[in-house]
Design a protein around this ligand. Structure first.
Ligand code: NAD
Length: 327
């Protein structure tokens, strides 16, 4: 019997697949792209989640499915692809798993179902109202509903994990990284805000730009620094494995992420000190990002113990940046 890992070529899925193989499990990867894993206990299905034949092929002989793959996009032009990958795709993967007699189905949802950046109260726990504000968040909520429905009406033990923002530490100080570039680096942030059509944000950012590469400490319009959870992929892997195996995880919903949010007013000066890059500070229009999400339920019920603080992640990010600069 195998464990299916969808999104097996992705940031989180690839690490989960390798970890399960190390532990002696048979793993089936399912992704649009190959994961580059060469192992006698690894089989791979290359295809779209929304293709029922590919989903059936992946689920054959599965004792569990970790549905970690999804399209993450906030671009308007990706609306149809988002639906196809995350709603139709989740339905096909989950139905194939149920039909194959799979016992446990773990679904990677997201804090965007609340959404975390517009909280009704904090810390955001699993009872917080669900009111996504982006098409991506909506597809994750619909994915949850599909999974809940199959759990309610069938025999699969479903587990919904609402993931924190997640990064490989090595990505943190990479200006070309999809997430960290626009979050921490001035020029990628200007390009991102231009693409979103946020003229006022672009003007505020350009006002502190002297043309040199720089880090940027974002504050809201009242000067409050951004704060959000940034969880290391390795901690996420531990939480996903608990969701896979712990008896108390069955039919539950858990926030999964670091215990403390990252305070940008502390992290950015540390990044600047460790890289030697200049640090720009900018007040961006609007309320900004400032949230705290509770991981108490998964810590208390499943024994989740995250160990990767932002300081440890920055240590590794600095080493990765130096290695990139040398090569
Ligand atoms: P990732 O983008 O690194 O990996 C996703 C993988 O899914 C990719 O390899 C991609 O090829 C595959 N994929 C996308 N659409 C597909 C389709 N239609 N058919 C088959 N494969 C497809 O993402 P990640 O950071 O590893 O995230 C894993 C999961 O966690 C996703 O479900 C994501 O929505 C969720 N999540 C991630 C974060 C984060 O910050 N990384 C935060 C919240 C939730």
């Amino acid at each position: 019997m195998s464990i299916v890992v969808t999104g097996s070529a992705g940031r989180i899925g690839s690490r989960v697949a390798r970890r399960l193989l190390d532990e002696g499990e048979a793993v089936v990867g399912f992704d649009l792209r190959p994961a580059g894993i060469d192992h006698p206990r690894y089989r791979e299905v290359i295809g779209a989640f929304s293709d029922p034949a590919a989903a059936r092929q992946a689920a054959e002989g599965a004792k569990a499915v970790l549905h970690l793959g999804a399209l993450m996009s906030w671009r308007r032009e990706d609306a149809d692809r988002l639906w196809e990958a995350n709603v139709t795709g989740t339905r096909m993967v989950a139905e194939a798993a149920a039909a194959a007699g799979c016992r446990r189905f773990v679904f990677a949802s997201s804090g965007e179902v609340y959404p975390e950046n517009v909280p009704a109260y904090q810390p955001i726990d699993e009872d917080h109202p669900l009111a996504p504000r982006t098409p991506y968040g909506l597809t994750k909520l619909l994915g949850e509903e599909i999974v809940r429905f199959l759990g309610r009406t069938g025999a699969m033990e479903t587990v919904i994990l609402r993931f924190s923002h997640t990064q490989d530490a090595a990505e943190l100080l990479d200006p070309d990284s999809f997430f960290s570039g626009p979050r921490f680096f001035l020029h990628p942030k200007i390009r991102q805000q231009e693409a979103f059509g946020n003229a006022a944000a672009v003007a505020a950012l350009e006002a502190v730009d002297d043309g040199r590469e720089a880090l940027v400490l974002s504050r809201n319009e009242n000067g409050r620094p951004f704060a959000m959870h940034i969880t290391d992929t390795r901690d996420m892997v531990e939480g996903i494995l608990l969701a896979l195996r712990h008896p108390a995880a069955a039919r539950e919903v858990f926030n999964l992420g670091a215990s403390e949010p990252v305070d940008f007013a502390r992290a950015l000066p540390l990044m600047a000190e460790r890289t030697g890059l200049p640090l720009r500070e900018v007040n961006l229009p609007g309320p900004g990002i400032h949230y705290r999400t509770a991981n108490r339920k998964i810590r208390e019920r499943l024994g989740f113990t995250p160990t990767w603080t932002i300081e440890r992640m920055i240590d590794e990010a600095v080493a990765a940046r130096s290695a990139r600069q040398r090569s």
